[in-house]
Design a protein around this ligand. Structure first.
Ligand SMILES: Cc1cc2nc3c(=O)[nH]c(=O)nc-3n(C[C@H](O)[C@H](O)[C@H](O)COP(=O)(O)O)c2cc1C
Length: 351
């Protein structure tokens, strides 16, 4: 059996467990990543960040480059289509304090693929390799790439593109073996992950449908992947990370659920501000309170509230025993203000 508490390396970056928290747009804020680290993820990743947004010094885009001191090791993921712009953005990622630059060659969403970024790069191995080598030259950080299997159903293009990217300088590949066309339907075909592992001499991370310790063990044992990545299963459910790295499979108490959610709400408000956070957080209420943990109407009550203070009051009223846990968490977990490094990049232009 593979021990998920083993350390491994992405080039010279030491990763303390074989569990990686997936990059998810609209989800992977600092609060999510820091929580993931606390529950056993050895590596966390930002959501995909637009290289065009960085080039134009878009304020919101630059906000995605904020790194907290307790997130390391952390990858920041970039998407783009043009080697020069992407290399420039990678330099900013390095300046921001990330440990790894990850490139998104897998996003299937039209808004991204129509610009020549994301999964479309799987159809153009030459351009994909040029991008990787330009970035590997521009920064000292390891460059890693996250791929889908290909654009169309049944595609095996990742087996052609993957080794090309390693030749071009990629230090690690993550494979989500669904096609872009598939989006999230069907299942991730990890037989393809095993084939990719056999073709490259860098670590491969297996992404897709890892929902339990048993599944993680099977995928690691049958593919030879260095690590598993967990995405949707961790939404509102950090306890699954604990289980996957080797803890007990246990349902958290209502008090624990409320305490983690309240901390998550507070940290997200600090990160995004009350106005943005209150909309952003709504999907998390269903994720945390679902799974039979609280009656459905309770979530409906929360999502119509405008202020996160009111959300917090209702949550604590539903599980008063959570107060002591929240206090303990607040004391143990350094607050965002203490750990969030000042962005070393002026958001108002220039440097
Ligand atoms: C809401 C959502 C947003 C995602 N955003 C990204 C992203 O920004 N970058 C990326 O490489 N993959 C993204 N993914 C894909 C995940 O990283 C992961 O590969 C995929 O969900 C399969 O893993 P899972 O079955 O554990 O969820 C996203 C997935 C979801 C569900």
């Amino acid at each position: 059996m593979v021990d998920l508490r083993d350390t491994w390396f992405v080039r010279d970056v030491e990763i303390p467990t074989r569990l990686v928290l997936a990059p998810m747009a609209g989800v992977s804020v600092q609060a999510f990543r820091r929580q993931g680290r606390r529950f056993g993820a050895g590596l966390v990743c930002s959501e995909m960040v637009s290289c065009a947004g960085i080039e134009h010094r878009n304020e919101r885009t630059l906000g995605y480059l904020r790194v907290a001191s307790d997130e390391h090791p952390l990858a920041i993921q970039l998407f783009g289509s043009e080697a020069r712009t992407m290399a420039e953005a990678a330099r900013m990622v390095e300046a921001a304090g990330a440990d790894i630059v990850d490139l998104n060659f897998g996003c299937p969403v039209k808004k991204v693929t129509k610009t020549g970024a994301g999964a479309t790069l799987l159809d153009d191995p030459d351009r994909a390799a040029r991008i990787v080598s330009a970035i590997a030259e521009a920064v000292d950080l390891p460059v890693t790439v996250k791929l889908r299997r290909g654009l169309r159903d049944g595609s095996r293009d990742c087996l052609v593109v993957g080794p090309r990217l390693v030749e071009a300088g990629a230090s690690c590949l993550t494979l989500h073996p669904r096609s872009a066309q598939q989006m999230y339907t069907g299942t991730a075909d990890h037989a393809l992950t095993a084939e990719l592992v056999s073709l490259v001499d860098v670590p491969v991370i297996a992404s897709g449908d890892i929902v339990s310790r048993a599944k993680a063990q099977t995928v690691l044992a049958t593919t030879g992947a260095a690590a598993v990545m967990v995405g949707r299963a961790a939404q509102g459910n950090p306890w699954v990370l604990e289980e996957i790295v080797g803890g007990d499979a246990r349902e958290p108490t209502r008090e624990e659920v409320v305490a983690e959610l309240v901390l998550f709400v507070r940290e997200t408000v600090r990160e995004l501000g009350e106005r943005r956070a209150s909309g952003f957080l709504k999907k998390f209420y269903g994720w945390y309170l679902g799974r039979g943990r609280f009656p459905r109407p309770f979530k409906q009550e929360l999502v119509v509230l405008d202020s996160t203070d009111e959300v917090e009051r209702r949550l604590i009223a539903a599980a008063p025993g959570s107060l002591a846990l929240i206090e303990r968490l607040e004391a143990e977990v350094p607050s965002g203000d203490e750990v969030t490094l000042e962005l070393p990049i002026s958001i108002y232009g220039g440097g």
